[in-house]
Design a protein around this ligand. Structure first.
Ligand code: SF4
Length: 292
């Protein structure tokens, strides 16, 4: 029986992550000591590859232990307090914040300026401790910031002037539902000072539109990601809803020959944090499994 492997051509790093990794590689190739502040991308195997090139990793609580070299701020961005802390410690920053995240940070800072004198609030649709959300919330000094998801939005006080934003990797449909619910609640409270920014990353939402068609066009889908990737979790769920024979794969060791029984096509896809080389490695491993 011939079995065809199809690789999702939309898989792989988003341009923000590509840029951050290129910046790290460029500095490492010049012999710089590079300390990444947190995981450069939510994929341990790519992180390990960069460690082998000499990159080191630190965290906010441990910046004082960095004795030299450069601190790389990854694509998710950081709040202003991180830049202040690096400056106070005399550390050089290599800023790899994604340009789209930088723009969003500026929008949040502007919204905070508008909300401060009127007792307004900033609402961010996202994950409370996600580094991008921490970086966004940090722009809004002196203003109440509420990080919400689809289930706790009713806790928002709809009488207050409100500016809404989304973490860039959230689901656009869920965000629009939330905008609708908050606007309806504000309207019922006679509050018309509500504005929502379109801040879900187009690269992420485009992927979500195409991924279900890819999943349903294959008999079996291997979704390659890291358990820590929020974008990976969302895209995996979308594949699974389109094709129940979708499997979560972190590396070749996860493959189970039983999955491929009676399949004629195997689709391999991944998150915006999944390296292309890992997807190709999985394809090779699948070929080896089905030929054995
Ligand atoms: S998902 Fe979009 S906004 Fe986020 S880092 Fe990637 S390109 Fe930038």
């Amino acid at each position: 029986m011939s079995l065809k492997i199809n690789i999702d051509d939309q898989s792989g790093f988003c341009f923000g992550v590509v840029k951050a990794i290129e910046m790290a590689e460029n500095h490492l190739s010049q012999g710089d000591e590079v300390w990444c502040l947190g995981q450069i991308v939510h994929n341990q195997q790519e992180v390990d590859r960069l460690f082998r090139l000499g990159m080191k990793q630190t965290s906010l609580g441990k910046l004082g232990e960095v004795t030299g070299g450069k601190v790389l701020i990854r694509a998710h961005g950081e709040p202003p307090s991180t830049y202040h802390e690096c400056s106070a410690l005399g550390l050089t920053v290599v800023d790899a914040t994604c340009p789209l995240v930088l723009r969003l940070q500026k929008s949040v800072a502007l919204a905070a300026e508008a909300m401060r004198p009127v007792g307004g609030q900033i609402v961010i649709f996202g994950k409370p401790n996600h580094p991008e959300v921490v970086g966004l919330a940090g722009q809004a000094t002196g203003v109440d910031v509420f990080v919400v998801n689809a289930t706790n939005a009713q806790a928002i006080d709809c009488r207050r002037p409100t500016r809404l934003f989304s973490q860039t990797t959230m689901d656009a449909d869920e965000y629009h539902e939330l905008i609708g619910a908050i606007k309806a609640c504000c309207k019922a409270s006679n509050n018309f000072d509500v504005e929502a920014a379109e801040s879900v990353c187009a690269q992420v939402s485009r992927r979500r539109q195409g991924i279900q068609a890819f999943a349903s066009s294959n008999d079996v889908v291997l979704f390659v990601t890291d358990p820590k990737s929020s974008n990976g979790k969302v895209l995996f769920d979308q594949c699974l809803s389109a094709n129940p024979r979708t499997y979560f794969v972190t590396g070749p060791h996860d493959l189970n020959p039983v999955w491929f029984a009676n399949a004629q096509t195997i689709g391999i896809s991944g998150a915006t944090s999944t390296p292309g080389w890992l997807i190709r490695q999985i394809a090779e491993a699948v070929r080896a499994v089905i030929q054995s």
